[in-house]
Design a binder for this molecule. Sequence first.
Ligand code: ATP
Ligand code: MG
Length: 420
Amino acid sequence: MRLSTLFTKTTKDAPKDELSLNARILIQAGFIDKLTAGVYTYLPLGLRVLKKIENIIREEMNRAGGQEVLMPVLSPKKNWETTGRWENFSALFKLYGVDNKEYALNPTHEEIVVPLAQKHVLSYKDLPVYIYQIQNKFRREKRAKSGILRGLEFMMKDMYSFHANEEDLDRFYKEMQKAYFKIFKRCGLLDKTYLTFASGGSFSKYSHEYQTITLAGEDEIYICQDCQIAINKEIADELKNKCPSCESKNLKMEKAIEVGNIFKLATNFSDPFGYQYIDETGKKKPVWMGCYGIGLGRVMGTIAEVCHDDRGIIWPKEVAPFTVHLIQVAAKDAEENNKIKLTAEKVYKDLRENSIEVIFDDRDEGTGAGEKFADADLIGCPIRLVVSERSLDQDSVEVKKRGEEKKELIKIKQVLSLKS
Ligand code: ATP
Ligand code: MG
């Protein structure tokens, strides 16, 4: 991609009306745009990051045996009445169709996925099944002040697992715990993300949250200093302030944000829909369920909160919008300038032909070198390459990693070795 043609621009200053760091930095760098509180557009750079996160999640869900679907965003009132959540889910957006028929904008999809599975998954031979989707959700959030960490509209991966019995649910639940850690590792958040015991609501004693430490977080968690398991403060009393895993009382409080959440639903959603399967002996039995969510925008916002310095974002490799940010620095001498441009164009072409993702700051002499460097830091791609008079003197390109100060020259011929 060429910066000269990118329709969005970076700005010198962060937006004044935005309090949260993730939104300030992502708006300033041209990744997102705010429509109104809790509602954002993902711009070309931001969408690239969101898609990378999406693909990491998709790969890990598929690896765990998940089958991807796309359920509707709208659902009829009756599905929510069946579970009692038309009245009890306070964040439900409700709207009218023709003839005053009522609908919900789905905040989660149990009410849709259960009747769906009920049409296809009927026998013990069909179980277990893991169904997931990646799609926008809608919630009437009270506190939409945290940028893309808490939207009224936000993208979520939600998986629902269906099992013949509790033991099989337990088995898969453990597999999901591992899959989630893989996802957060690939998103560059592993060091700061803790498996956290949280209250299970009405379904089971505990659920598990994945909490990432950041001051922007709305939760407080206690991290066990002996085994690194955490407890959400909201349930700490119930656990008598002891680690549920190793019983240590050596706990440290941190502010954190919930980036993912896994729940054992047991038969709480299959029961109201009368969803049962036929077992080996021909008897009807209840279907056991689990659900597993991750907020994609929240993961992206959390990365911005955790991985930045005062110059901008420092994207972890796998989620960076581009691997390389290539800059051509203009020279005064016209002939020299031409040589710089030709070399930069060649490097750009070589990188692309070798599938190295690159954003090329090809803006002309009107944009100063300082401005180009500042934008590269703000946008935050892992590797900066500079073609300038100085580098060309040595047949080289200057290389610098985002987040490090060290610069070195590499021969133009070796640029492709950056791939490894
Ligand atoms: P929270 O406790 O933060 O309100 P939740 O427990 O209601 O979230 P779930 O219903 O389990 O969240 O949703 C699954 C995941 O979706 C969460 O772990 C989070 O990553 C994400 N998520 C939930 N609500 C929002 C939101 N309003 N904006 C962005 N992401 C969200
Ligand atoms: Mg929660």
